[in-house]
Design a protein around this ligand. Structure first.
Ligand SMILES: Nc1ncnc2c1ncn2[C@@H]1O[C@H](COP(=O)(O)OP(=O)(O)OP(=O)(O)O)[C@@H](O)[C@H]1O
Length: 630
């Protein structure tokens, strides 16, 4: 099973009703902990960096962003179980998936083969179609958020980004995010909707099959430029996916298929894919594809930042246990879309109405084991065809068994929520999350009221807001002038973003004075004298609240060095790949629980060493710190 790291000083030991038992990792927006609910079930809890103290409206908008997402069942999705904004820092509880993320697996073991990527494509498209059908969006679909459980891929972090956007904490596509999997419209901040998830789906599949972000891994500015104008190389994709991935990467969002449309094409009766996939996955995918015929409840494209789609007024502000219609028990034969038989809020029956997966599959099927049971994540834990193996899943001996055992029974799809009713915008702010006291008489309509605040009450920010606030051009000349102005503003912004850090570096170097002039930049083929010795320091990620001591020992003239992470008790080898007298690029090979990656060490004018680690895949997940000679 996936290792959870020990808790660090300062980590919570409990959050609400959840006992915290370990650390699963740290992402851009918060730390993820392994926890246990009162029934003993393992859960993943994301404690966000965001602080909502004293902002009831922001709390409500944040909470509301999960309302629709909580109706998405755990089929191919790490279902949202709970979210809490009662305290200063909100947290989101989701199903724990026992397995590595796609990012981790590909970083450690390289690109995936055709059979795996096909199953990934369908499984994640099923999740996206279900998310969109529920009226939610993901907006941060990427390899780090695809969790590879024993029962197949599951999409995690559902609704977290829209929730953060709703309180303007992390507008989708902001420059600080890794842009690698963002759609063009997310970068421009205009018309962001479900189509952005489809673009990210395609980009993620390309990553799985190449082990490289599809638009490069150099500077964010260059990556964004390529996303806007270039087509990535698709030659590594299996034939079955190439055309559909190309369509999903259309720069024009209206030219992209919907998630349900992806499924329709992927699982076409005449195509080869369906025969190679687990029956339950095909059945679910086809049901979702057919359901596209009914009017989707998905939000209209919005400008970022923007609160997530308002939940239907009938949606109860209660935990998923109270959504039996959204999580009905499995039907023997799949129907396109089964209408719910019970009204929302009907109490669950004797069976576990939480999710058909949990109702029909014993915990053992998910590989859930006690935390202290030592087990490694290996590729064999993930029941997909082997790397680079073009053997179709269904051709492998026993694969069908695996599919039918591991994949959960197919749930009938929930009815799409009704469109929101007109609301009184002056109603008080609701609290819709367990643990948050709701004002008396509060109902879902007041939520809609919060979400539907007009621009004058809740001004739109970002480029979209700027565009809206500008006067409309009355003629062609005005239009040209407006475009030029915006172009110049965007240009100035980009120049500022690129040149400011450079200017700061130059400025710092000048301040250091001639005595501390930087060392030369001549290329070297081994570790230069200036790095020799043992260096110690602490690597930190300021935004993520994680830090750990690092110790590195270099010997001049050699091509390897030793890196020690004492707290995690890991010792690894840094291997020189290229460098100059001032800066070295090295590959880090290190056993778990530490992670392999690339390390850059740079001599600083003040005599220290800057140490920066990141994953091989070129994601922004990384740590850095200053090391001094021991
Ligand atoms: N539901 C879950 N089950 C199991 N592990 C999880 C779950 N959610 C997250 N993790 C693990 O926690 C770690 C951090 O996840 P997180 O989502 O914060 O990373 P990220 O996607 O890189 O960051 P962010 O989404 O904030 O940009 C990852 O290693 C991930 O595999």
């Amino acid at each position: 099973m996936a290792e959870a790291l020990p808790l660090q000083p300062g980590d919570p030991r409990e959050l609400g009703e959840y006992e915290i038992t370990g650390r699963l990792g740290v992402g851009e927006h918060g730390a993820v902990f392994l926890g246990r609910d009162r029934s003993g079930r393992m859960v993943a809890i994301k404690l966000l960096h965001l602080r909502l103290s004293g902002e009831p409206a922001a709390r409500a908008r944040f909470a509301a962003a999960f309302t629709a997402a909580r109706k998405v069942s755990g089929f191919c999705t790490a279902a949202i179980l709970d979210a809490d904004v009662e305290g200063d820092r909100p947290y989101v509880v989701s199903e724990w998936v026992d397995g590595p993320s796609l990012l981790q697996l590909v970083t450690e073991e390289g690109p995936r083969g055709a059979g795996v990527v096909e199953r990934l494509a369908v499984g994640t498209a099923v999740s996206l179609a279900a998310i969109h059908r529920a009226g939610a969006v993901h907006h941060d679909f990427k390899p780090a958020n695809i969790l590879l459980g024993r029962d197949g891929p599951r999409v995690g972090d559902v609704a977290v980004t829209p929730a953060l956007d709703a309180v303007d904490a992390a507008p989708s596509g902001r420059v600080a995010d890794d842009p690698s999997y963002k759609a063009p419209e997310q970068l421009s901040g205009i018309d962001i909707g479900p189509a952005a998830d489809v673009f990210a789906w395609a980009a993620t599949l390309l990553y799985a099959v190449t082990a490289r972000p599809p638009f490069g891994d150099d500077s964010p500015t260059e990556v964004m430029q390529r996303i806007m104008y270039d087509q990535p190389d698709m030659s590594d994709l299996p034939d079955s996916l190439r055309e559909i991935v190309a369509d999903a990467l259309a720069k024009d969002l209206t030219a992209r298929p919907s998630a349900a449309g992806l499924l329709e094409r992927l699982l076409d009766e005449s195509g080869p894919l369906a025969a190679r996939l687990p029956g339950s996955l095909v059945t679910e995918g086809r049901a979702l594809a057919r359901s596209a015929a009914s009017p989707p409840p998905v939000e209209q494209p919005v400008e970022s930042p923007q609160p997530a789609a308002p939940a239907p007024p009938s949606a109860p502000a209660i935990p998923p246990e109270a959504f039996p219609d959204a999580f009905p028990p499995p039907e023997p034969a799949p129907e396109p879309v089964a209408a719910p038989s019970a009204a929302p809020g009907t109490p669950p029956g004797p069976e576990d109405a939480l999710s058909p997966m949990r109702a029909s599959v014993p915990p053992a099927s998910f590989g859930r084991a006690p935390l202290d049971e030592p087990a490694e994540i290996t590729r064999t834990d993930f029941p997909l065809p082997p790397r680079n193996g073009s053997v179709p899943a269904g051709d492998e001996p026993g694969d069908e068994d695996l599919a039918t055992q591991a994949m959960p029974a197919v749930p009938p799809l929930p009815e799409p929520p009704a469109p929101p009713e007109p609301t009184d915008r002056t109603e008080p702010t609701p609290h819709l999350i367990p643990g948050m006291p709701a004002p008396a008489g509060d109902d879902q309509r007041s939520l809609t009221a919060v979400l539907a605040l007009p621009p004058e009450e809740e001004p739109r920010r970002g480029l979209g807001g700027l565009l809206e606030s500008l006067p409309r051009p009355g003629n062609h000349l005005l239009g040209v002038a407006l475009s030029l102005t915006i172009g110049v503003l965007v240009g100035v912004l980009i120049i500022a973003l690129v040149l400011l850090p450079q200017w700061r570096d130059d400025h710092a170097t000048q301040q250091a004075g001639p005595a501390n002039a930087p060392v030369d930049d001549r290329p070297v083929s081994a570790i230069p004298e200036g790095f020799s010795g043992t260096w110690k320091g602490t690597a930190v990620n300021p935004g993520r609240g994680a830090s750990f001591p690092v110790e590195v020992t270099f010997k001049a003239g050699e091509t390897t060095a030793r890196a020690v992470y004492p707290r995690s008790r890991c010792t690894g080898t840094l291997t020189f790949t290229k460098g100059t007298n001032r800066q070295l690029q090295m590959m880090l090979a290190i056993p778990k629980p530490c992670s392999n990656g690339t390390v850059q060490v740079s001599r600083q004018p003040d005599g220290t060493l800057q140490y920066a680690w990141r994953t091989r895949a070129g994601t922004p997940l990384g740590y850095q710190g200053k090391l001094t000679r021991a």
